[in-house]
Design a protein around this ligand. Structure first.
Ligand SMILES: [Cu+2]
Length: 377
């Protein structure tokens, strides 16, 4: 009888422990229709050497993958971090710390309310080839890179601790955004509770250095009820402004300039990671069309006075949230890690220059072209 009681007690204790574990791992709750309380992040080692970017609705700048589903979806996204030698201006290359092999990293598109299970392996200690579609047959993003490779990325190694901070997520940073060592993988869930365009970046000190070295990108969270002009939009693009702080190094590669970064004196201020990419490959539209730009200033330290020469912004949703609507704006001021979703009508056939109207930044590269063809509707 005694031993029976002991066994029963043991079973009850084990069950209680089981429930406690379940509760600790699943504390999801909702407020105003938003979901909070994600399970604890997992950190582990895995034998993974497959495609570094895997998942749906992921695109290369300036494109945005259209959402072809109704309501909400659970996305499984992998985006590994590793080093690539990339070109950021004519004759200027450096060893970039990247998410997914490019600077900025891939554009992730989800809908307000979607859940994301995110996996990232720190592969800074291995050579990762992203531009070879043969080596990465199952990655749609690798295919996009291979077809549009303008940065001439080459694998490189710089072992370094890294982390991921999604501004589109609302979680405890000491858990989800924690730093992982080379060879480690982190996996965590988050829910896109707010519509808008949000930066993601590495949050490992020096955050200034890790972001400036290239670890940043954007998540576009489309509002669940859309924007009021959705059905009139003819073209949709993503434009990311950012700074590089580079100086000539002992080899033909440029290297990070600590003093320039500390004093906010960038060597290059660019759209979509490269000084001339948006002139070499202009955005396209036609006269009379409504163009939508999701513009994010990823910094790490500068501001952007975003303007399009020859156009007035018909609608501006600050941070991309549909409630923050402004009309008739000439310039949108974006602080570091700030964004806006902007609609404008292309008035005539011709060339329109996207520009940071802070001209010191424009002269360091923060310009691009939208080329408009004749009216066809
Ligand atoms: Cu980092």
């Amino acid at each position: 009888m005694k031993s029976y009681t002991r066994i029963t007690t043991l079973i009850v204790l084990l069950m209680a422990a089981g429930f406690a574990t379940l509760q600790a791992q699943n504390t999801e709750y909702t407020i105003d229709g938003m979901t909070f309380g994600m399970p604890e992040a997992e950190v582990y080692t895995e034998d993974y050497n497959g495609p570094p970017v895997v998942g749906d609705y992921i695109s290369m700048l300036p494109n945005l993958a259209p959402l072809d589903y109704e309501g909400n979806k659970h996305h499984e996204i992998r985006m590994d971090t590793f080093t690539q030698e990339i070109e950021i201006a004519d004759g200027v290359s450096y060893r970039a710390w990247t998410f997914g092999g490019m600077v900025p990293g891939p554009v992730i598109h989800v809908r307000e309310g979607d859940k994301i299970t995110f996996t990232m392996k720190n592969r800074s200690d291995e050579e990762v080839v992203i531009t070879d579609p043969g080596a990465t047959p199952s990655s749609d993003y690798a295919q996009q890179i291979a077809e549009n490779n303008y940065m001439d990325a080459k694998p490189s190694i710089m072992p370094m601790p890294h982390s991921m901070d999604f501004h589109a997520g609302t979680v405890a940073k000491d858990d989800k955004w924690r730093t992982i060592a080379p060879g480690e993988t982190i996996k965590f869930d988050w829910v896109a509770n707010y519509a808008g365009t949000y930066i993601y970046h590495c949050g490992t000190p020096s955050v200034l250095m890790h972001t400036a070295m290239g670890q940043h990108g954007v998540v576009v969270v489309s509002p669940k009820d859309g924007y009021p002009t959705d059905y009139e939009v003819d073209r949709e693009y993503v434009v990311v402004q950012s700074e590089y702080y580079l100086t000539e190094g002992p080899s033909d590669l440029y290297q990070y300039d600590f003093e320039a970064a500390q004093t906010v004196n960038p060597s290059h201020v660019v759209f979509n990671g490269h000084q001339t990419i948006l002139h070499d490959r202009p955005l396209k539209a036609n006269e009379g069309e409504r163009v939508r730009l999701h513009v994010s200033n990823n910094g790490p330290s500068g501001t952007s006075s975003f303007h399009v020469i020859g156009a007035i912004f018909d609608r501006v949703w600050l941070e991309g949230h549909p409630f923050n609507e402004m009309r008739g704006m000439q310039t949108v001021l974006l602080g570091a890690s700030s964004s806006a979703t902007i609609d404008f009508i292309v008035p005539e056939e011709g060339k329109y220059i996207l520009i940071d109207h802070e001209f010191a930044d424009a002269e360091k590269g923060a310009t691009g072209t939208l080329k408009a063809g004749p009216r066809n509707k």
